[in-house]
Design a protein around this ligand. Structure first.
Ligand SMILES: [Zn+2]
Length: 212
């Protein structure tokens, strides 16, 4: 487990706080997920590293792949119950092939930024990506019929991009709007056109995962 370690080459420039107004709904949902311990930091989990991150696209739906700008929560912010304008940052471009991310903001971007970018590239309509850690959902993925990425592929790697693409090509992940990361313990991603849509999918699935 290497939760929290940035594996991509990061080109980062310091910039002021982000505008929270367009992020209000995302930030509210991020707090809900934190309250459910789907985002957090716990000395007993993942060697004490923070886990979970959220993002929202900012530009036009049809922007070029690799340049679909998005605002993402900063690296190692999992311990915070609420985030503010200093805890989000703008990812300007990303490239899985060269394993590179370019960002600007008050904090370095989440170590899972590349995966968020890959998902935005796969569907124009996706505006929100939520990455959480849920042992309940992760262990129940097969029973709940949730698509799962290959267990040999680690998070934050270029291979994960290929694997997510495979799910979009070969499974009904577009309808589910949620998948489990087989090679990333407890890792789950949901997405949608709004934070409410992606957030409700997570809560509904969490609920279902606890019913036997
Ligand atoms: Zn994770």
């Amino acid at each position: 487990m290497e939760e929290g370690v940035i594996k991509f080459r990061l080109q980062f420039s310091e910039a002021g706080p982000v505008d929270m107004e367009p992020l209000a709904e995302l930030n509210r949902w991020r707090t809900v997920l934190w309250q459910q311990a789907l985002i957090g930091q716990d000395p007993a989990r993942y060697e004490g590293f923070g886990f979970g991150n959220v993002s929202q696209r900012t530009g036009a739906d049809n922007a070029a792949c690799g340049k679909r700008c998005f605002i993402i929560s900063g690296t190692q912010t999992g311990h915070l119950s609420e985030l503010d304008s200093n805890h989000y940052t703008l990812v300007k471009s990303y490239d899985a092939a060269s394993n590179a991310v370019s960002a600007a903001g008050p904090i370095k971007p989440s170590s899972e930024s590349l995966t968020h970018g890959m998902i935005y590239d796969l569907d124009d309509e996706i505006r929100i990506v939520l990455h959480v850690h849920s042992p309940d959902i992760w262990l129940a993925a097969d029973r709940l019929d949730i698509p799962v990425t290959d267990s040999t592929v680690a998070y934050g790697t270029p291979q994960m991009a290929t694997e997510v693409q495979r799910l979009f090509n070969e499974t009904d992940v577009r309808e589910h709007k949620i998948f489990s990361m087989g090679g990333h313990e407890d890792g789950v991603i949901s997405f949608g056109t709004s934070a409410e849509e992606a957030g409700k999918i997570l809560l509904r699935t969490l609920d279902a995962s606890r019913k036997h």
